[in-house]
Design a protein around this ligand. Structure first.
Ligand code: HEC
Length: 165
């Protein structure tokens, strides 16, 4: 989805559930007018990220404020995660197919938009369906998806870094 207007319209009509009209109806889907959609998008545009006092104006860690672990975590993140989650908001605003069906018998999930990671510590559970309850779980998830073989220390550092965002 390209805009908050698109998002508001699609959410209102089919409200998740892969466009299943029965579940959407149960959830109370209804058509909004163009004016209502514009107003919903304007409202969402006012919502800012929470404060992140350890980040500089480019969204990178301020060396003077960060801990050793957070700084190491930023390095691992730059290597393994930043191509899809670049600073300052930690999203490329694109959709990617993570090909999760490689790892379990189930349907392919296809393209999913990269979530912004600013303020991420405050919004569990994670991923589009809440399958990861903690940031530690998301690190394990991407460790598997990308076949990274991260060490225990690298995993701890990555989580420490994400908590600063
Ligand atoms: C190929 C692009 C890509 C790479 C590389 C990538 N991510 Fe993501 N990330 C995504 C996408 C797409 C989603 C949404 C997936 C979903 O919801 O199923 C996501 C979701 C997340 C979320 C959940 C956000 C939320 O609000 O629920 C976290 C946390 C995260 N990624 C962390 C990482 C970390 C840490 C790494 C590196 C170890 C990483 N990502 C590497 C594309 C990527």
């Amino acid at each position: 989805m390209r805009s908050l207007e698109d998002f508001s319209e699609v959410e209102a009509k089919t409200a998740y559930f892969d466009g299943d009209p029965v579940i959407a109806l149960k959830k109370g889907a209804r058509r909004f007018t163009r004016e209502e959609i514009a107003a919903m998008a304007a409202m969402q545009n006012m919502i800012a990220f929470p404060p992140a006092p350890k980040l500089d104006i480019q969204g990178r860690l301020n060396q003077k404020k960060a801990t050793e672990s957070e700084l190491r975590g930023e390095k691992v993140f730059t290597m393994a995660c930043a191509s899809c989650h670049p600073a300052p908001y930690y999203t490329d605003n694109l959709a990617h197919d993570l090909q999760v069906e490689r790892f379990y018998d189930g349907r392919a999930e296809g393209m999913i938009k990269t979530f912004a990671l600013r303020g991420i510590k405050d919004s569990p559970p994670y991923m589009h369906d809440g399958r990861c309850l903690t940031l530690e779980d998301t690190v394990e998830f991407f460790n598997m998806i990308q076949e990274l073989r991260l060490s225990a220390q690298q995993k701890t550092d990555l989580v420490a870094f994400m908590r600063t965002l």
